[in-house]
Design a binder for this molecule. Structure first.
Ligand SMILES: CC(C)(COP(=O)(O)OP(=O)(O)OC[C@H]1O[C@@H](n2cnc3c(N)ncnc32)[C@H](O)[C@@H]1OP(=O)(O)O)[C@@H](O)C(=O)NCCC(=O)NCCS
Length: 210
């Protein structure tokens, strides 16, 4: 798998490594997205973030890549030995200057405050910040979070989710539930990833910064 993008993805001046998937309408600017990162739909990613930060061995002779990169030295041993993945859900907002380590999951609807270093899983609709990132609050009360996770609004076509009272979460949920009851099956936007670029580190300038 190379770089796979759904429609309307904008990666302004990002370094995107191979084995990355980005979902519908998600965007990032001046950000490094390392291999084995999956980003859901409608994610907003700030400037100068690192997603799935590289690991260097801390208990080997040296932390330098010369000893763990086959390209640099054929006697070296790969580190880490296995792929490290980063899963970012849907509708996730990541502030500027955030570093997210690999091997973790950022839940749907989560918010990562500017400047955070995220070392552990973030729950759906949780807001975290700081170094290392800690809980600040949840975006909504439990009952609302479960309804949002149940309906997964990002799975639908745009025309299904526009014209809602977006700034009134209870009314928006109510209207969505009513729509889902009638037409949901016809309105699902199937996953549609298209290959982008070459399987190398790639500087993309797909759009101007948002
Ligand atoms: C995380 C964030 C969303 C929180 O917003 P909020 O809910 O309005 O939070 P508040 O300002 O009410 O602060 C709540 C608490 O979190 C702390 N906090 C806020 N942002 C923080 C951050 N980035 N890191 C650590 N702590 C943070 C506040 O100091 C406050 O702590 P206290 O309760 O001990 O006083 C926001 O501060 C943020 O970082 N947004 C990203 C901005 C950005 O990068 N924009 C550009 C990219 S699109």
């Amino acid at each position: 798998m190379s770089i796979l993008l759904e429609d309307h993805v904008k990666l302004g001046n990002c370094n995107v490594f191979p084995h990355v998937k980005v979902g519908y309408r998600s965007y990032a600017n001046e950000t490094m997205i390392r291999s084995h990162t999956t980003i859901g739909r409608y994610c907003s990613i700030g400037r100068r973030c690192t997603l799935n930060a590289a690991r260097h061995p801390t208990n080997w002779l040296s932390t330098h890549p010369f000893f763990c990169s086959i390209e640099e030295n054929s006697y070296s041993k790969p580190y880490p030995e296995e792929e490290v993945t980063l899963q970012i859900g849907n509708d996730v907002w990541i502030g500027d200057n955030v570093v997210i380590m690999g091997g973790i999951t950022i839940g749907d609807g989560a918010v990562i405050g500017a400047g955070a270093v995220v070392t552990k899983d973030v729950e759906p609709y949780q807001i975290v910040g700081g170094v290392p990132a800690k809980h600040i609050r949840y975006r909504f009360e439990n009952e609302i979070v479960s309804k949002l996770l149940d309906m997964r609004w990002w799975q639908y076509r745009e025309e299904f989710i526009v014209a809602l009272p977006h700034d009134d979460i209870k009314a928006a949920i109510q209207m969505l539930q009513a729509r889902i009851a009638v037409t949901a099956m016809d309105m699902v936007l199937p996953a549609h990833f298209r290959p982008f670029g070459t399987p190398q580190v790639l500087r993309s300038a797909l759009s101007t910064a948002l």
